[in-house]
Design a protein around this ligand. Sequence first.
Ligand code: AGP
Length: 612
Amino acid sequence: MCGIIGFVGCEEAAPILLDGLERMEYRGYDSAGIAVRSETKGLQVKKCKGRLKVLSELTHGGADLEGTLGIGHTRWATHGEPNDINAHPHISENGQIALVHNGIIENYLEIKEHLMKLGVTFTSDTDSEVVAQLLEFHYNECHNMLEAVGRVLRRIEGSYALGIVCSDYPNALIAARKDSPLIIGYGENGNFIASDVTAIIKHTRDVVYMGDGEIAVLTADSVDVFDDEMVPLEKKHSTVDWDVSAAEKGGYAHFMFKEIMEQPEAIRKTISPRIREGRVVLDDVSVTAEYVQDISRIFIIACGSSYHVGMVSKYNWERLLRRPVQVDLASEFRYSDPLVDEHSLVVVISQSGETLDTMAAMREAKRRGARTLAIVNVVGSSIAREADDVLYTWAGPEIAVATTKAYSTQLVLMDLIGLYLADLLGTVEKSEYDDILVEVQALPEKMQSFLDHFEDVQYFASRYFNHNSIFFIGRNLDYAMGLEGSLKLKEISYIHSEAYASGELKHGTISLIEPGTLVVALGTYAALFDKAMSNVVEVKARGAEVLAVTTKSFQEKMEKTADSTIVVPDTHPILQPSLGVVPLQLFAYYVALQRGCDIDKPRNLAKSVTVE
Ligand code: AGP
């Protein structure tokens, strides 16, 4: 997704902007640009299609652009193809206003037509340029930039995070947001705006999260924030508590690999503050036993891998709570006229906390009276701020587009919540509660023991990387886990892959199995292991090559039938996906490596999907 950075201070802006943009590269982009203003040279803009390296070369590392006030942008095309002209910043017709924009202006065509009738000439195909031209139009009318920004914001519809520089305001950076993240950073040598904390963490941890409808004016030594009526606001400061090294590769070849290896620690950080004296403690959630008794249905809503966490949790929560749990894709839920009311608990899961569909689904659920609980990794993100309750996964910054440690921490946090709710409902035996909790606490160590010796996964990846189509099969929790394994493989290796509930094979899919087809058979769910084995035998009989993932307990049985077997440690059945998914992440990683793919920045994908 697009990235924004802005700086105003007493250092040269261009190198700071380029560095900030580089730190947001992981979000995905197709073009980049910066605009810097100086007394002598006025507004200077450089932008181009392609990687930041090109922009950096074009500007000699920023040295060509003089000035201590500027804005930068990485663009992920929505309106208009990726090219130099459509790249941001966009400049108003008279060259006096430069603007960067994240989000989508829904009524841009109508405004564009109106301005064109008034004689304004447009150069790009973007919705964002419309904002720059409209701003100039209003500024020419009122000669007051803040007033002009206010008029523009009242006219445009859609989502936006905006960074604005105007020649007439040599010391001010203006920012505004609605439904697209934007933070303000307070530095020693100046102040910042950014769409992502990683862009400015090197300079400051003192940040303010801008709210919807807010406008900010930054100078080198002041920051003023206003609401949409231009009433000044007192904003609460937050401290970013992770270190800059957390967002760097630290010697690893890829962020994805680093993040896979960080999983035991991320799980430890997520669970340890929430387990005290043998009980699950959720300090931030204020639910009573009466409230939980009154819930008639639980909805889990998310997208992508977060949705797959929901799939695992559906099985686990229904088993623990004996209550109906429905998992919905956020993009479907929001338009489905959902049967949600004040007796529904709606749990939304989102690593970024900015996924537009998930946010819209949550708002829809709230509108219908449901209570919402958000599981989020990014502190202060939009979903975290709007949910009734929020529980953070403490995975630290996740940079690779393909999620690993965020998925694992979401999974274990959902297990803790399930246990907590079951305890309130009285639907879990004390002995089982205790067993699960002991095993939750043992997960980091067990996961580490697997991560210390995964050479076989690497070997199997080198053996199977040239398959063009790979099937993942499994039952119950193994099926839910297979969905994630298949998505990991698809997104970074570009191999076609499907995950099926094993029992569904003979209802159609088995016709696709032919001699040599690779089937990844998941057999970690003890209760259905024998059924899973029958399906392995079925695909073997049709000539499939079977790579199996199973537990130590079932290793011997599995090895008799499968061609290759990966073994993970045993744990309590409901926690088994937490261990089983690790070889699937590593398999996807090494297959993608063998195929020479851009692992951290897979084609066409973005880290957080802030558009519909
Ligand atoms: C998974 O590897 C993907 N990056 C993607 O499916 C992701 O999980 C999805 O876009 C949801 O993102 P969120 O958790 O930030 O809402």
